[in-house]
Each structure stands twice: as C-alpha cells, then as structure tokens.
Design a protein around this ligand. Structure first.
Ligand code: ADP
Ligand code: MG
Length: 228
C-alpha cells in the first residue's frame, strides 16, 4: 500500500530531514510512527500526501508512483488518503454536518448519497446528535472526531494521522485511538504519528521509531523505545 525506497528529503537549510528511508506498509496495517521532535515524522507524512517531493528516492502510495504523478492528478491522488492533524483544522464558521459534507461536495457526491453518508459517519464517531454544533461548541475530543469523520467520509483506503491526540487529555486520546483501531479493523490502512507512550505500549501494533531522519527500529507488536 505504501512503499518508500531509499527516500531522502533535504530542506534548503540544515541537515536532511529524512536520510535514506526504506519502508513497506501492507494494505490493512496499523502502524505507529514515533520519535523525538525534529526526527522527520511530519516530513514523511507530507511526502506521502505529495505536499512535498523527495530530494531522492521513490515513493509509491496505493499503486501511484509519486515521482510520475502529474500536478493536475494530485487532487485525484489525494482522494486515496484521509488525513487528520493535531490542531483539527475544522471550518470554524460551519457546523459539524457541513464540515463533514464539505469533503463530499469537493468530489461532487450526489446530494442523495451525501445525505446518507454524512450522518452515517457522524454516528460512527459518536456525534450524530451534535450535527448542528459549531466547532467552538465542542470539546477537543469531539472536534477531532469531526475531523476523523471528514477524513473518512469519502472512504479512502489510507488514513494518515499526525499527532492526532497531541491536544487531547488522556481519556479523549484513548477514545480517538480506539476509533482509529476500529477504522483499521474495517480495512483502512492507518498510520499514526504520536508521542503517546502509554497508548503505543498498550496497543501492541507495529511501531516504527525515527531518529534524526532515519528509521532506528521497526517492530511488530512493538512499544515505545526509551531514549538513554
Ligand atoms: P517531526 O515531525 O518528527 O517533529 P519534521 O519532519 O517536522 O519532524 O522536521 C524534521 C526536520 O526538518 C527538523 O530539523 C525541522 O526543523 C526540519 N524542517 C521541517 N520543515 C522544514 C521547512 N519547511 N524548512 C526547513 N526545515 C524544515
Ligand atoms: Mg511533526
């Protein structure tokens, strides 16, 4: 589903953010990416979204060879990937329903289908009752659940989450991670960047640890590797 072959990425300043990363992720996997701040995790996510291009190496995402992807094909390619971030990134002046429906409007889903898909996603994340609320009327955990519903309403095969629980308390963090696990069980390939040591250790998933732009460990049913 995701293949990186000897991928490096340098920004104009400083040491390479990624330095020769190779990685295979199979369809249906659940993978945690952990590592200190600055180790290259978000750079990896941006490369997978084709927000950045690598300085060298090859990237394949759901059979797309990103080095051959034409600029005008990028929007269609991105339909393969749902994405959530630490800061939720909801439309503040739209209600919950509209935030999720927006993703469907972009790809021109017929209104009849949209009126089924949006409520069904909102029930999946436990927010069916709050469809009229604005983001500021919701807790952080609820906002992240709206972001998840929006990321998934178009049924992408891949979900990328860059520190999705970074702004949440432990209870809400667990709820989001359990939702990600459920989403994965229904077949979506899930990649989660996180610093949440307790959750990573408890969930026993594949754990890829990055340090200074390289992968220092990759373990099935792994845990958070302690520094020092
Ligand atoms: P992480 O998400 O693991 O904290 P990042 O991928 O954001 O790491 O950053 C990796 C390295 O690349 C860091 O040294 C960071 O300062 C650098 N970096 C990230 N984005 C940029 C940018 N737009 N321009 C220059 N350097 C950057
Ligand atoms: Mg980051």
């Amino acid at each position: 589903m995701i293949i990186l072959e000897d991928v490096s990425k340098s920004y104009s300043t400083g040491a390479p953010a990624l330095n020769g990363i190779s990685l295979h992720i199979e369809p249906g996997e659940f993978v945690f990416i952990v590592g200190d701040s600055g180790s290259g995790k978000s750079t990896l996510i941006k490369l997978l979204l084709r927000e950045l291009t690598p300085t060298s190496g090859k990237i394949f995402v759901n059979k797309y060879d990103l080095s051959k992807l034409k600029r005008r094909k990028i929007p269609k390619f991105r339909r393969n990937i749902g994405v959530v971030f630490q800061d939720f990134r909801l439309l503040k002046d739209r209600n919950v329903y509209e935030n999720v429906a927006f993703a469907q409007r972009v790809i021109e889903v017929p209104p009849r289908e949209m009126r089924k898909n949006v409520p069904s996603m909102l029930s999946m994340v436990g927010l069916a009752e709050k469809y009229k609320a604005r983001p500021r009327e919701l807790s952080g955990g609820e906002q992240q659940r709206v972001a998840l519903a929006r990321a998934l309403v178009n049924k992408p095969p891949i979900l990328l989450a860059d520190e999705p629980t970074g702004n949440l308390d432990p209870k809400n963090s667990w709820e989001i991670m359990k939702l990600l696990e459920e989403i994965n069980k229904s077949g979506t390939t899930v990649l989660v960047v996180t610093h949440n040591r307790e959750i990573v250790n408890a969930m026993r998933k594949r754990v890829i640890t990055m340090k200074k732009g390289i992968i220092v460990s990759d373990e099935k049913k792994g845990g958070y590797i302690d520094e020092d």
